[in-house]
Design a protein. Structure first.
Length: 256
């Protein structure tokens, strides 16, 4: 379209020159035609070097308020995300228990299980029948004293002179004469376990501080207890755990 318009302009421009003489007309025609050709070439060259850029029809230019609004929304989301991350970190930090300077309780308990004597392997100090049972929460009648009283052990009947043996290995911590229990031997088995052997005929074969093995003889059955003198020959046996009397029959086998 542009080229056709240019040709029309060229014809209009040379029309006045047709009235000139032949040679002048031809020269004028060539001059004007050359100028028009140069103009066309220049126009085409300019068009090729500077293409017209059109914006797409669906292109929408956002106003300044929309852009600022979206920027604020993005900033608020980023700020909210940072706050949530800080809260999660705080929760994790508070939920982690502090374990510094804490003693290994589990290891300690396992060590105690390894070193604590096994009461289930206790052997009876003598073989016989129980004639007086353990009683600390109730009273039993004493034929010797003719009164009701507690009894923190058991009395096992046996012939006088019957060997009395240590129920577990341990160390003798006392040998003495007690007015209530007569000749008495006390053995410490460790970890708060104590055994007491009373109404013995004698204990001349052992002494305080001596290390005793399980089943080793520590004395003999007698009648040395004044508080139980009306009873037949027997061994008065007590068992304490953490200084508290317990019923020996719970741990001793072959005791009736």
């Amino acid at each position: 379209m542009n080229n056709m318009r240019l040709l029309s302009k060229v014809k209009a421009a040379i029309k006045p020159y047709k009235r000139l003489p032949g040679f002048l007309y031809k020269k004028s025609f060539h001059i004007v035609a050359s100028l028009c050709l140069i103009t066309i070439i220049a126009t085409i060259a300019w068009s090729l070097r500077n293409p017209i850029i059109r914006e797409p029809d669906n292109y929408i230019v956002e106003n300044e308020e929309d852009v600022l609004g979206q920027t604020n929304i993005v900033d608020e989301k980023e700020e909210s995300k940072d706050i949530e991350e800080e809260q999660e970190i705080a929760i994790i930090e508070h939920s982690i228990p502090i374990v510094e300077n804490v003693r290994p309780i589990v290891d300690k308990q396992s060590n105690e299980k390894e070193t604590k004597p096994d009461l289930s392997v206790m052997m009876p100090p003598v073989v016989g029948k129980t004639i007086v049972d353990f009683a600390v929460d109730e009273l039993i009648y004493s034929r010797t004293l003719e009164q009701w009283q507690t009894h923190p052990g058991i009395d096992i009947v046996a012939d006088e002179g019957t060997p009395v043996k240590a129920v577990l290995s341990g160390t003798i911590v006392d040998t003495l004469y007690d007015a209530k229990l007569g000749n008495l031997v006390v053995i410490d088995h460790g970890d708060g376990i104590i055994s007491r052997y009373g109404n013995l005929k004698s204990f001349s074969s052992v002494e305080k501080g001596q290390v005793i093995k399980k089943s080793e003889v520590i004395g003999a059955v007698g009648k040395s207890s004044l508080f139980e003198s009306e009873d037949p020959p027997h061994l008065h046996f007590e068992l304490k755990i953490d200084n508290k009397p317990v019923d020996p029959k719970r741990y001793l086998p072959k005791i009736e």
